[in-house]
Structure formats: structure tokens, C-alpha cells
Design a protein around this ligand. Structure first.
Ligand code: 3H9
Length: 648
């Protein structure tokens, strides 16, 4: 039974028990409906406490039911009954109260939360808006700017903030249920949420400015626009009308393409390890990580580990380089402190768990060592071969490479079964994706340990087989190649970028390459030149730009030219060079429309994706979508290239 009732001292305790996250499935809704009927009918009961078993309060409606027609009892009706009940309901919140879970809490008379709870309306991240009164009840509890922020960004807030802004009535660090039972005796003095006026301390001007800002940031997405509309309705219409309009908006979004795509990605991100779930066992506990290389990537990985509470020893080639690496790490931690992500005490604790030096021997007691040195296979092989003699026999050795042959790197050690590829994305302490590259012969324990580290770091692990570029960079190479063909065929970099940005990418490919530095991929192309298939079409524009010293943003020139504050303008020089290349190859340039640009890019991604699947490099098309969304900003509300092709 997912909902149980127990009576304690005339108070009914209604416990929802629907692991893992107490999602509001049909069975839970039915259980709650029965609980309302029973508690209303029982004269002995004076109030009701609703609480949850397990690790969290209700984390929302059951998203798995969204593909099916809605089934009674509907959540909005239930919440109306709870709010209108003669026996006041008190929400006792621990863990997360999200979406429908927070809507349940807001329909209660009184909200008590444990100090570590988090509360939010993340529907917008699933292409939805709250559909059970959230947009109408929230601005009656918190100021309308806070309500708008929560509904339109979907970001949860801490119990402390929730208390400060009025979303919850009390916080406890003691026993949640005991406190809720004490408070239940006073709950009938509080008026129901919908009977309260909206909180109007935010001025119309500042709300409009906030709305304009959200609209700019979320262009092309239906849910934030609907969230704004729903909030405006809540602020201006009688509650019953606003509720009806909210429900209509919710239902039309739920059946729309963007929510379908975002739900696809939500589940795909959680299913990336499905194919190996059974084999994951007995990981080596990772408490101390060694990192070789303190450049941007090594420092980012070190910071990611420290932020996750893992001790780090960083090694560089000499003391000066070690000091520079340590400074990079410290700067990231300082920034986290400044932005309120770390308390002063935790910041100090993390710094104490960090050591930087120039001796590989200092990594002897590490549980896992990640090399993040220069992207050159002989340098990487050398580092791993040395580490092999230094670390304990069970220590896992990881190479952070974005495309090199991990099997060959593993073979440079005496124990290749303990070598794994961990491909982080820059900035490593922020980007959620981690490609876990699995060379043949890898031991189950090494794989489990790599996966466990990914989880400890809060990353989304995606498994990739060994090949040049794994999943991410192979996909990127394929659509970059197509984009370069289009340069010669008739399009210009800014037209391609505009098409991608209109599709929903945060930044077009050429602007992104300028930002990353054109010299990086140039160096890679030079290394690959000897093995390149001479029959394959090759576009030299990037090489020619680099040859002229135009490395992108950092030299002020690339595909674009940049002014002092970094604003990009189309580069006439790049344009002339592109035209000259078309002419040299005898290509008759023609107009290429934005829709053709996007069609060609998507087709290139999908064809490469299918090859990656055929070769067994990725274990599912969903993993490829997860990579494209999390590594390259493919718009989440379009679900990823493989999803786009399946839903065409
Ligand atoms: C909504 O509420 C609409 C209402 O306004 C209106 C209704 C009328 N449903 O993430 P995890 C599964 S929309 C079904 O790994 P964590 C998840 O797939 C909803 N399943 O755990 C996974 O399954 P599996 C608004 C769900 O501890 C397992 O639970 N709410 C749901 O890292 C564990 O998940 C949200 O958008 C769900 N709602 O994080 C919240 N949620 O083990 C969505 C999770 O088979 N959920 N599952 O792979 C989350 O953000 C995170 O799951 C949470 C826990 C923070 C709760």
C-alpha cells in the first residue's frame, strides 16, 4: 500500500511510501483520496500530517504516466479537497518537495521542513509548468518575483530560503514527525493558501524586467513562456480562473513535442548504465585521488573532486608548474565560496584536503589516479607506465583523453586491466558529462570504480568503446566536417552559426571553435595528417586561418574578428579566404538556406550516430543524445539528434 494512515493522539499521520522518490502515481493519488475521505469522516481526528517514507518527500507527479491519458483521481482535484478539508493538513517535508510534491505541500495549511530539505517546481525542465495549482498558490505564499523565478527556471531552493521567503512556516533540525504532531494542534488557525491575496511587493516594472530577461534566455522554449503567462494569470485573475488556465496550459505542454523530448532526455540521463547495471559490483572506495597535470583540465578535475569531498594530490613536472596548478584549483574553490556554493568552513576543509607537488611518488597511497597531461599518446603512456610502479596494486589508473587509443595507453602498463579512460569536459568542475572509455580487458572492479567516482562527482556517466574521439568528439568531428563542406559550398560561418543558434544551440560551431582556440584542433589535424584518407574531402580553411596566426578569440581573429570586449563581427578576411578556397576547388558557390544547413548538420550527426552504434562504441542511441545535449549544447527540448531522427 503506497499510502498508510495511523492515528496518534487524535492526529492522522498519512505516510506516502512509493520508492524511490515517492512520485505521485495513480496508486498514490488513490491512496491520498481514500485518506481524505477517511480522515474527514472520522470524528476522532482533528488534523492530518502528511509525510513520506524513505529518502524524500514527494518528488513530483509520476513522469512515467505522462505518455498515457490522465487517470482519476486527478491531482488538482485531490489538492482542492485537501485545502478545503475540515481537518487541517500539515506537510512534514524532508529530502525534496518537487513539482506535484510541493504543490501538495502548498495545498496544506502548514508546511514544516527539515533543515536539509529542498523545495522547487522543476516542471519547466521537463518542458512543463506546474499543473496542480503551483502557479496559483506559490505567489500567495512568496513574493511574485520569487514565484516567477522558481516557476520559470525550475531551480529548487533550500529550506532556509524557503522559510525566509514564506514558502514554509517552520524548520526543524529535530525529529520531523514529532515536531509536525506538536504543530498540528495549532494548524486550524491558518487560512487556506488560495484564500490569501497574492503577495504584491514586487513592482510591475521590476517584474516586467525579470520577464524580459527570462524570455531572452529561454528563446524557442514553450514552457518558460507558458510559466510567465500562468503567473500573470495568477496575479490578475480570480484563483478558480487562474487554476483552470494553468491546467489547460499544462495539458497542452504535456502533449507537445518539447516536453516529450525533455522527458526522453530525463530518463536517458538516468539509464546510461543500464547495459552494465548487473555487472557493477565491489568498487574500490575512492577517498584519495591523484591527478597528474595541473593545466585547465587537471585543475578542473581536481576542483570537481575536492568539491565532492574527495582528497586530491596534484602532481606537475616542477614546483613552479605545481604552484600554478594549485593556484588554478584554489581560484575555482574561492569562486565557489564567493558564489555561496561552499561555506567558509567547508572551503577550508577542502583546501586542507588538497596537496600539490612535483613528485609522482606522492601518489603512492591514491585510490585512483587520473592523468591529465598533454594530449600526446607517448607522454600519456610514459606517465601511466611510471605510475604503474608507484601506486598500490589495486589502484585504478585513468587517462583523461578526448580521442586517443585508451587500449594502447593501457598496454603501456603491467596491469592493463586497471586502466580506464575518463574523458572530462571543460570546465571539468561544471560540465555534467563524463565519458567512461572501456578498453578491452578492463576489469569489472576498475569499471565499477570509475562509475562510482562519476556518481560521487555528480556526473552523468556515459560508456564509450575505444575509437578515435569516442562518442563525443566523433559526433563533433562529423558535424564540423559537414559544416566545413558547407563553407566551401556556399554558406558563411555566421550563417551556419545563426542557423544553429536559431535551432537552439547556445552558440554556433564557428564561434565555439574561435572561443576554444583554433590552434588546438589544428595541432590535432597536423598529427592525423599522415593517416588521413587522401580520397576524403578535406577543407583547409581552418588550417589556413591558423597558418596566418588567427587562432580565434585569443588572438582577436579567427572565423570572426573581436573587439576589445570580445564582441564578434564577421571576418572579411575569413570570408575572402573561404571564397578563394571554393574557387580553387572549382566549387560553384550557391545560397544554402538555414533549414538546409540544419538538415545537413542533423543528417551528419545521425549518420555518425548510427555508425557509432553499429561499431558498438555507444550502447544505445539514447546515450548519444545524452552526450550531444550535455557536451555540445544540443537543445534539450529537441531531445538529441537520434531522438529527432526517430520522431521525424
Ligand atoms: C510534476 O510534478 C507535474 C505536476 O506539476 C502536475 C501534475 C498534474 N517520476 O534522479 P534519480 C526516478 S512533473 C517518476 O536517479 P536522485 C528516476 O527515473 C515532475 N520517476 O535520483 C530514477 O529511476 P531509475 C516534477 C522518477 O536521488 C529514480 O527515480 N518533478 C521521478 O539523483 C531515482 O532518480 C521533477 O521534475 C518522477 N517524478 O535525484 C523531479 N523522479 O532508478 C524529477 C525520479 O529506474 N526528479 N524518478 O533510473 C528529480 O529531479 C530527481 O530524481 C530527484 C532525486 C532530485 C528527486
Amino acid at each position: 500500500m503506497p499510502v498508510q494512515i495511523e492515528i496518534r493522539d487524535r492526529i492522522a499521520v498519512v505516510t506516502i511510501d512509493n520508492p524511490p522518490v515517492n512520485a505521485m502515481s495513480r496508486a498514490v493519488r488513490q491512496g491520498l483520496s481514500d485518506a481524505i475521505t477517511q480522515t474527514e469522516a472520522n470524528p476522532e481526528i482533528t488534523a492530518v500530517v502528511v509525510t513520506c517514507a524513505g529518502r524524500t518527500f514527494v518528488a513530483g507527479a509520476d513522469i512515467r504516466e505522462f505518455g498515457k491519458p490522465p487517470q482519476e483521481p486527478h491531482l488538482p482535484d485531490l489538492l482542492d479537497r485537501i485545502e478545503g478539508a475540515r481537518k487541517p493538513w500539515i506537510a512534514a517535508i524532508h529530502g525534496n518537495a518537487l513539482g506535484g510534491g510541493l504543490e501538495l505541500a502548498m495545498a496544506c495549511r502548514f508546511r514544516l521542513a527539515s533543515a536539509t530539505a529542498r523545495l522547487g517546481l522543476p516542471e519547466v525542465t521537463l518542458g512543463l509548468i506546474p499543473g496542480a495549482g503551483g502557479t496559483v498558490r506559490l505567489p500567495r505564499l512568496v513574493p511574485s518575483d520569487k514565484a516567477l523565478e522558481m516557476i520559470a527556471t525550475g531551480r529548487p531552493i533550500s529550506a532556509n530560503i524557503a522559510h525566509r521567503v514564506g514558502l514554509i512556516d517552520a524548520i526543524t533540525s529535530g525529529d520531523l514527525l514529532t515536531t509536525a504532531l506538536e504543530l498540528a494542534h495549532q494548524a486550524d488557525t491558518v487560512s487556506p493558501t488560495l484564500s490569501r491575496p497574492v503577495r504584491s511587493e514586487t513592482s510591475a516594472g521590476s517584474l516586467n524586467a525579470q520577464i524580459a530577461n527570462i524570455q531572452t534566455r529561454t528563446e524557442g522554449q514553450a514552457a518558460p513562456e507558458a510559466a510567465i503567462l500562468a503567473l500573470r494569470n495568477a496575479l490578475t485573475l480570480p484563483p478558480t480562473d487562474a487554476l483552470k488556465k494553468e491546467r489547460d496550459l499544462f495539458l497542452s505542454l504535456k502533449d507537445g513535442p518539447q516536453s516529450g523530448a525533455m522527458r526522453h532526455i530525463f530518463f536517458a540521463e538516468r539509464a546510461t548504465l543500464q547495459s552494465i547495471r548487473e555487472t557493477l559490483a565491489d568498487p574500490l572506495p575512492v577517498q584519495r585521488v591523484g591527478i597528474v597535470g595541473g593545466g585547465t583540465m587537471g585543475a578542473g578535475i581536481a576542483a570537481a573532486c575536492l568539491l565532492a569531498g574527495i582528497a586530491v594530490s596534484l602532481v606537475e613536472r616542477d614546483t613552479e608548474a605545481a604552484r600554478a596548478g594549485a593556484n588554478r584549483v584554489t581560484a575555482i574553490l574561492d569562486n565557489s565560496l564567493k558564489r555561496g556554493k561552499l561555506t567558509k568552513a567547508t572551503h577550508n576543509e577542502r583546501l586542507e584536503a588538497f596537496h600539490a607537488g612535483d613528485q609522482l611518488l606522492s601518489l603512492a597511497d591514491a585510490d585512483l589516479v587520473i592523468e591529465a597531461v598533454f594530449e600526446d599518446i607517448s607522454v600519456k603512456k610514459d606517465v601511466l607506465a611510471q605510475l604503474d610502479h608507484i601506486v598500490r596494486p589495486e589502484t585504478v589508473l585513468a587517462t583523461n583523453t578526448s580521442y586517443l587509443d585508451v587500449s594502447a595507453i593501457a598496454a603501456s602498463t603491467q596491469h592493463p586491466e586497471r586502466v580506464i579512460g575518463l574523458h572530462f569536459f571543460a570546465p571539468a568542475h561544471i560540465m555534467k558529462l563524463l565519458e567512461i572509455v572501456t578498453p578491452k580487458g578492463l576489469s569489472a572492479r576498475t569499471l565499477s570504480t570509475g562509475v562510482t567516482l562519476a556518481k560521487q562527482l555528480g556526473k552523468i556517466p556515459v560508456l564509450a568503446g575505444v575509437c578515435d574521439g569516442f562518442i563525443a568528439n566523433r559526433m563533433m568531428s562529423a558535424y564540423r566536417r559537414e559544416a566545413e563542406y558547407m563553407l566551401e559550398d556556399g554558406a558563411l560561418p555566421w550563417q551556419i552559426d545563426h542557423a544553429m543558434e536559431s535551432f537552439g544551440f547556445p552558440m554556433g560551431l564557428f564561434r565555439m571553435q574561435d572561443l576554444a582556440g583554433l590552434d588546438i584542433s589544428w595541432a590535432m589535424r597536423k598529427r592525423q595528417a599522415a593517416t588521413r584518407d587522401p580520397a576524403q574531402r578535406y577543407v583547409e580553411v581552418g588550417d589556413l586561418l591558423c597558418g596566418a596566426g588567427h587562432f580565434g578569440r585569443k588572438t582577436g581573429r579567427g572565423y570572426y574578428v573581436y573587439d576589445d570586449v570580445g564582441t564578434p563581427f564577421p571576418s572579411l578576411e575569413a570570408e575572402a579566404l573561404i571564397h578563394a578556397e571554393s574557387a580553387r576547388k572549382g566549387i560553384d558557390r550557391r545560397e544554402i538556406s538555414e533549414s538546409e544547413i540544419m538538415d545537413r548538420l542533423l543528417t551528419a550527426m545521425q549518420s555518425e550516430g548510427r555508425r557509432i552504434l553499429d561499431e558498438g562504441i555507444a550502447s544505445s542511441a539514447n546515450d548519444i543524445d545524452v552526450v550531444m545535449v550535455n557536451a555540445f549544447g544540443f537543445p534539450r527540448w529537441k531531445g538529441g539528434p537520434m531522438y529527432c531522427s526517430a520522431s521525424d
